[in-house]
Design a protein around this ligand. Structure first.
Ligand code: BEZ
Ligand code: FE
Length: 292
């Protein structure tokens, strides 16, 4: 006890709050809470909020909580839009240089997407620009990985995920699970994704507006790639040339994840995959670090 008969003063409040962690016998928790208290107190000392401003902060966080349910996670969106999610991911995934880089998962993954065959089209009953996505899953030494799982999901050409327009299109649209063949190859057809805004109808939308920030994410396809004896990878492929690559609302763009959607006119290949020509083609390999 630092008080030694004195009561709290601005000078000793922080030291006393830290001293009260003394009996915590979980060293990791103690170290995390030491940082949290130290930095929170530093923010308050720097900002010197009025009681009214502190009340507004509490109200904002309360609203964020009220907006969370089974299908909407406003706290993750808050973490995403303040670039905390990207920082956590970047620090947690310090992979070998040659492994494919990771990026945020976002809120639109579903765990029970349909398993589909090589070449299947994940764009059902829609009219976007036809796109063929091919590539291989490799180890960092370039060895093809057979039977690797790719869980794929994306927004439509109108910038919406199936879960956001469930009344208009069949469920499980623009998502699917694929497995690589014996040469590590995968392939599927889709429509070219478009840039879209993160949800802005909740308190995070109010925050972005107050900060003069836009809510747009550059067009991308999400991938979750996994294989035995390899570290799982959650990432995106971004469409080169998208106007929002440099100002992504969640700061998730990495240079190595920007790929060409090449425009091709190859009626033979298009016919093979059951899409019309001209079409866009992306060919990109994923490299997974091993767990060993
Ligand atoms: C997404 O890419 O699906 C996403 C990521 C972060 C926040 C909102 C959406
Ligand atoms: Fe997305």
């Amino acid at each position: 006890n630092l008080l030694e008969g004195r009561y709290m003063t601005v000078e000793i409040i922080t030291a006393e709050a830290l001293a009260r962690l003394e009996n915590c016998d979980d060293p990791r928790l103690k170290s995390i809470m030491t940082s949290v208290i130290t930095h929170l107190h530093a923010v308050v000392r720097e900002v010197e909020p009025t009681l009214e401003e502190w009340g507004q902060a509490i109200d904002f966080l309360t609203q964020v909580g009220h907006w969370c349910d089974d299908t909407r996670q406003e706290f993750i969106l808050l973490s995403d839009t303040l670039a905390v999610s990207m920082l956590v991911d970047a620090l947690a995934h310090r992979k070998p240089d040659s492994a494919t880089e990771s990026t945020v998962q976002g809120p639109f993954h579903v765990s029970d997407a349909p398993e589909l065959q090589f070449g299947a089209n994940i764009s059902k009953g829609r009219s976007g620009e036809p796109t063929l996505v091919t590539g291989r899953v490799l180890g960092i030494d370039g060895t093809p990985i057979a039977n690797a799982k790719l869980d794929v999901w994306q927004a439509s050409a109108e910038g919406l995920y199936d879960v956001q327009e469930i009344e208009r299109f069949p469920d499980m649209n623009l998502r699917g699970i694929f497995y690589t063949d014996s040469e590590g190859q995968f392939g599927f057809c889709t429509e070219k994704p478009a840039s879209y805004p993160v949800p802005t109808d909740g308190p995070v939308g109010v925050m972005l507006k107050a900060l003069g920030r836009h809510a747009m994410r550059p067009a991308h396809i999400h991938f979750m790639v996994s294989a035995e004896q390899h570290q799982p990878l959650t990432t995106h492929l971004f469409v080169r040339g998208d106007p929002y690559l440099e100002s992504d609302a969640v700061q998730a763009v990495k240079d190595s994840l920007i790929v060409d959607f090449k425009q091709l006119d190859d009626p033979v290949e298009a016919e093979q995959f059951g899409i019309s020509s001209p079409y866009f083609k992306v060919n990109e390999d994923f490299r997974l670090a091993s767990t060993a």
